[in-house]
Design a protein around this ligand. Structure first.
Ligand code: EPU
Length: 343
């Protein structure tokens, strides 16, 4: 098996494989459909000599230019009921499954827990990497374990909740295990004693308008889909990767000082005494909402989302992101961290 020969493809356009739709190509590309294939690839001595990009649904990656190495596109499929005990139903999905389709499948079976994470673009295998979250729930809240293929030796490991070191849009896969392997499948524990999580005013309001009595997981999912559709651009129509920056965490002193200057500052106290600020608010206040910079822009309904206005290159996106970061730092003294992976 050589990179320049089948089953690998050379000089493959990646535009349709990432949700931002960036124009960039991969020198070598392979769609991974089973573990055997992954094992064969891992045994290639050349693998360590070239840059490697593991691509899932492409919803959290910005290609900064043509990729000079090997792209492994994970297309492992399958989802199943695993088992249950007194408290939980355990379900598993392969890494290449669409996240939203998987969530809908669990809801169709009558199992609640993932409904607040409806309509998040991307694949199941990418979900633990950034610990996806929305409307008061993070993936870690229903996570049980995952299996992970180590490229250096072909070993398959089971990683528990603790092993994954989940944080806000963070996990071990962004640190010690970055670029070291491939997530094969993820197992979730869905509580039998389901409880609605309606901490967000938007969600509660829509449900009050549309449902009578206590809402079901499916009704919550529908409400979440409605909210996302009204605020966030559909990746099939306008290229984007959701939030482009993390909401920054600042000290209590910093937040208090900012509140004196900006009484409307949106801030959320954290358990550790820090405050999380709404990056979208900071970017809007700094004057960037709806800004157009050639082929890229800042979404007009949500300033935390950068959008592809047609034919964007990675360099266009990064240039705009850097200008926004510098301006927010100048105006508020707050540093914004880019959330998607820059390849
Ligand atoms: N806001 C503004 N102007 C804007 C955008 C937001 O003033 O242009 C204000 C809103 O009015 C609101 C606050 O900022 O008071 C927070 O906005 P929103 O509820 O839209 O959520 P967010 O903090 O911008 C986060 C997640 C989203 C997730 C939503 C809902 C991050 C980086 N982003 O966004 O996740 O869907 O909360 O829970 O934490 C993603 O990670 O890609 C993503 C979309």
């Amino acid at each position: 098996m050589l990179f320049s020969k089948p089953p690998f493809q050379s000089d493959v356009q990646l535009q349709s494989f990432t949700t931002f739709g960036i124009v960039a190509s991969a020198r070598f590309y392979l769609r991974i459909i089973d573990v055997t294939q992954l094992r064969q690839v891992s045994q290639l001595p050349e693998l360590t000599k070239l840059p490697l990009l593991v691509l899932g649904g492409g919803s959290n990656v910005i290609l900064t230019g043509d990729f000079s190495g090997v792209v492994l596109h994970i297309a492992l499929v399958g989802r199943e009921y695993v088992t249950e005990d007194d408290h939980f139903i355990y379900v598993r999905a392969a890494a290449g499954e669409s996240w939203h389709d998987f969530v809908q499948w669990t809801l169709q079976q009558g199992w609640g827990g993932l409904e607040n994470l409806s309509l998040i673009p991307g694949s199941v295998g990418a979900a633990p990497i950034q610990n996806i979250g929305a409307y008061g729930v993070e993936m870690k809240d229903c996570f049980h374990s995952l299996t992970w293929f180590e490229l250096a030796n072909g070993k398959i490991h089971t990683l528990t909740y603790t092993d994954c070191q989940f944080g806000y849009r963070d996990s071990v896969f962004k640190h010690a295990l970055s670029g070291q392997g491939v997530i094969l499948d993820v197992t979730f524990a869905l509580a039998k004693q389901w409880q609605a999580k309606l901490r967000y005013d938007d969600v509660a309001r829509i449900l009050e308008e549309t449902t009578v009595g206590a809402p079901t997981p499916q009704q919550i999912s529908s409400a979440i889909c409605k909210i996302r559709q009204s605020k966030l651009p559909d990746t099939r129509v306008i290229g984007n990767v959701g939030s482009f920056f993390k909401n920054p965490l600042v000290s209590a002193e910093c937040c208090a000082a900012l509140l004196v200057r900006f009484p409307q500052l949106i801030n959320y106290p954290q358990a550790n005494g820090q405050y999380k600020l709404a990056a979208g608010w900071l970017i809007e206040k700094a004057g960037w909402k709806g800004h157009v910079a050639g082929r890229v822009g800042v979404y007009s309904k949500q300033a935390l989302v950068l959008v592809n206005l047609g034919g964007a290159l990675g360099s266009d996106v990064i240039a705009l992101a850097r200008r926004i970061q510098a301006d927010v730092e100048r105006q508020f003294g707050v540093q914004l961290e880019i959330e998607p992976f820059l390849a």
